[in-house]
Design a protein around this ligand. Sequence first.
Ligand code: FES
Ligand code: FES
Length: 157
Amino acid sequence: MAVLHTTINGEAITADVDPSISLAQFLRDNLYLTGTKIGCGKGECGACTIIMDGKSVTSCIIPVLRAEGAVIQTIEGVAKNGKLHPLQEEFINQGAVQCGFCTPGMIMSAKALLDENPEPKKEEIREALGGNICRCTGYVNIERAVEAAAQRIQKGE
Ligand code: FES
Ligand code: FES
């Protein structure tokens, strides 16, 4: 076992961890933050996307000890004080969720983009979501949801 110190959704965490597991496994199995999904487990589908030190990353291929000293945000940390983030609301409003398996990863990729660039062009949205696969809804409504959220964020929401 090893000791990990990290910050997750604003909370400082110290935990004994098995160094052979991935960050996604740690989030789900040790912290019960099961909004982060594991689909492929190989860095190819984006279901496990989180934000680590401001960048979207696929947590299934990150060894847990790489989170030492990092600042991490998961889907559970996106709503604030019981209020959904504009991205979460617009995924609902625009019909961008069907089974929901890809949704946390999509939202985390989109949030990393909008945190850095609140006025993205369509191509920039496509590029930011390029590593996230959805098997149900299709990408048109997802792009629309990100555009609508961006407009709300630009208005100060
Ligand atoms: S589960 Fe991590 S990229 Fe697919
Ligand atoms: S909504 Fe089912 S995989 Fe995207």
